[in-house]
Structure formats: C-alpha cells, structure tokens
Design a protein around this ligand. Structure first.
Ligand SMILES: [Cu+2]
Length: 394
C-alpha cells in the first residue's frame, strides 16, 4: 500500500473513532452511559492520554484488521469456491506471504507497545513538577531555582509552562517566544522574561518540571500536543480494601480513618445505586494526589475510570499511584478485582472541590474525630461526603 493511501485510510479511521468518542460524551455526572460505546469522559491528563491511545491507535487498528480479514474471507469465498475455481492449485508454501504475516503483526505489536509502555511509565512515575506563584507586580522578570535532581533539571523550554492567572482562578497559557523568553535553562537559577507586564487583574504562575502528561501527538506525528506539567503530590490518601468496602486515611491531616460503604438503593436513588457511598473521598482541584492502596483480607482493586486509575490493593503490600484533576465533579468507580460475594457492592466515590471546601471538609472530619481544626474555616459550609450525592447529580 502506498504511503499516501495508508495515511488516507489512517486519517479516515481516526476521524471515525473521534466521531464515536464524541457521540458518547457524557453529561455532567460521571456515570456510565447505558447506550455509550466510548470510554467515560477523561478527568485527568493520564485518562486523556489513555483515551488518545485507545481512540487514535487501538480503535483504528482493530477496525482496520477486522475489515481486512472480513475482506479476505469474502474474497476467498467468492473467488475460490468450487464453482468459480473447479481446479484448486496444490502449492503448500509461499515465502513472501509467510514473511508478511509474521512481520506485519510484529510491527503492529510494536506500534501498540511503544505508546503503551510510555503510558505505563506515566501512570507509575510520581510527578515532580514545581509550581511557582508570584504576587501581582508590574515587573517582567520572574525567577525560580532549578533545584531538581541533576537528571531532571529543567533545561528545555518544554520543561516550563508560564501562565497568567486571573482573580477567578482562570489560567491563560502564555506562548514561549511571543509572550516570554527563558534564560538560564539547565542552570541553578532560571529567569522568565515577559514581553510585557501582566494587567493588574492577573498574576503570574510558572510550572517547571519534566512530568508532562496529557494529550500528546499520536505516534509522535499526528495531531497536536496538549500535555501539561503536573506538580508533585501535595496530599497522600491511603485506601484499604476489605470485604466489602473501602477505608480511607489522610495521613497529612491527622491520624484517623473512615470507611466508605455502599448506600442502599433507597438512599442512593436508582441512578447512583452501586456507585454512591456514605463517605465520598474529598480532594481539592488542581493538586496532585498520591494514592496508596493495600487490603486487609483478599486482593481488591481501586479503579476510577474517569481518572484512568486502576491499581491492585494487596494485603501486606503497598501500591502507589497518583492522579491530578482540575474538573470539579463527583466521580464514581468500583472495586475491580473479584474479591468475594459482595465484590459488586464496594463502590468508590470521589468529590473534587475547591481548596477552601476541601479544608472545611478536613476540619469537619477532624472535629468528628475530636481533633482541633487544622485550617480554622468553620464558617464555610462543610462539604459532607455522601449527603451531597443528590446534589452531584444535578
Ligand atoms: Cu473488592
């Protein structure tokens, strides 16, 4: 097949898979669509990378292979049936064909293997990006210390993201070359030089680091790069699976643990039954969470489709992964390792809120445990897990 023809077919298939992806886009609540054929909407950069891998590489490949094999079957049935071909040939070998059916599948597997290994590494490796926020000022020079380990020093423009942040929290990404220049890449001190000072309503935020995650070019060639630098984790959550529910602790915020058990059908309502729990995990938006999993009795698996996370919870072992989301919502997942008779009844629910709401929730938790508040924002309405389930549906 000529190169142009190949890229034409490829583009058509990518287009088709994108269409399928859009058709199955979800409404606000993160629930499976009974009629959907795509993946649950991505809420983290890792999930976005998984979706690109699936939509742009795996789906076109499996469609291409299926249609190719179907075509061969039809061709053989029509061209070589007894009527059309009464005298069958008697050869038993064809070296070019045998080489082709060995080499082509190897190439296909390689095309799948390279991006999937990269994905596995992204999911496994804890991000180490740094975020620097600067107070509002009229200057154009902003510096930070390049204090990463030597092998991960910021030494390319790609390792820096510069954004103007409005009072509302909205981020406007600045363009290197046009809006700013960087000096001192690879040196202990890096300076960002803005082309012009920011308006008074915005302040500067610089993200630095090599952990770039999110939509990247397909096979390094097709499409655009929308990856972002992910900051190092600021919160650790430990999830312990047991027959049949989950226990969570937030070691950064006090020595206590709470359980999250499935709500009954009456409590949860029809749509959220088997998704809602009596205690949501609550996390702040825009912060990286380190998740540690383990189990008390048998192997469970903590899975959150919208986050692209699935990690085994094994008795006597700690597994570690991470997630980062900027999309406020309530997300639902389930135990994904058959773990006994009530395996289907140990859902996982995560509520992503603002930092202020998160702090209020932490203080509420601490109060329930008889501890002093940590952030002292008692006046803020506490975000109660579980009780907010119906609100999340709206
Ligand atoms: Cu389980």
């Amino acid at each position: 097949m000529s190169r142009t023809l190949f890229s034409l077919v490829f583009t058509a298939l990518v287009g088709f898979s994108t269409l399928v992806g859009t058709a199955s886009a979800q409404e606000s609540a993160d629930l499976p669509d009974p009629h959907g054929i795509g993946l649950r909407e991505a809420a983290t950069p890792v999930a976005e990378e998984i979706h690109i891998f699936y939509d742009a590489i795996l789906v076109p490949m499996k469609l291409g292979i299926s249609f190719f094999v179907l075509g061969l079957l039809v061709w053989v049935a029509v061209r070589y049936n007894k009527k059309a071909n009464p005298e069958p040939s008697k050869f038993s070998h064809n070296t070019p064909v045998e080489v082709a059916w060995t080499v082509i599948p190897v190439l296909i597997l390689l095309i799948i293997a390279v991006p999937s290994f990269e994905l596995l590494q992204v999911e496994d490796k804890m991000p180490d990006g740094q975020v620097y926020e600067y107070e509002k000022q009229s200057g154009t020079l902003f510096g930070f210390e390049n204090d990463f380990p030597e092998a991960r020093m910021v030494n390319k423009k790609r390792h820096i993201e510069v954004a103007a942040v409005a009072d509302s929290g909205e981020r406007r990404l600045l363009q290197p070359g046009r809006d700013y220049d960087v000096e001192g890449l690879g040196d202990p001190q890096v300076t960002v030089k803005l082309a012009e000072a920011l308006p008074g309503s915005e302040h500067l935020m610089i993200r630095a680091g090599r952990t770039r995650v999110g939509k990247k070019k397909v096979l390094g060639v097709f499409g655009s790069d929308r990856s972002e630098i992910v900051p190092a984790p600021s919160i650790t959550i430990k999830a312990t699976g047991f027959q049949w529910g989950w226990k969570y602790s937030y070691p950064d915020f006090g020595d206590y643990e709470f359980t999250a058990l499935m709500l009954s059908e009456q409590e949860a309502g029809k749509d959220l039954y088997r998704f809602a729990t009596d205690n949501d995990i609550v996390i702040p938006e825009g912060e990286t969470i380190r998740l540690i999993t383990t189990a008390e009795d048998v192997i469970h698996s903590w899975a959150m489709p919208a986050f692209g996370v699935k990690i085994d919870a094994i008795p006597g072992r700690l597994n570690e992964t991470w997630f980062y989301t900027e999309k406020k919502n309530t997300y639902y997942g389930q135990c994904s390792e058959i773990c006994g008779k009530d395996h289907a009844f140990m859902p996982i629910s995560i509520k992503v809120v603002t930092r202020e709401e998160f702090e209020a929730w932490v203080d509420q938790r601490r109060e329930d445990e008889g501890l002093e508040p940590m952030f002292g924002q008692q006046n803020l309405a506490a975000v109660q897990g579980g009780a907010s389930v119906q609100a999340a549906l709206k």
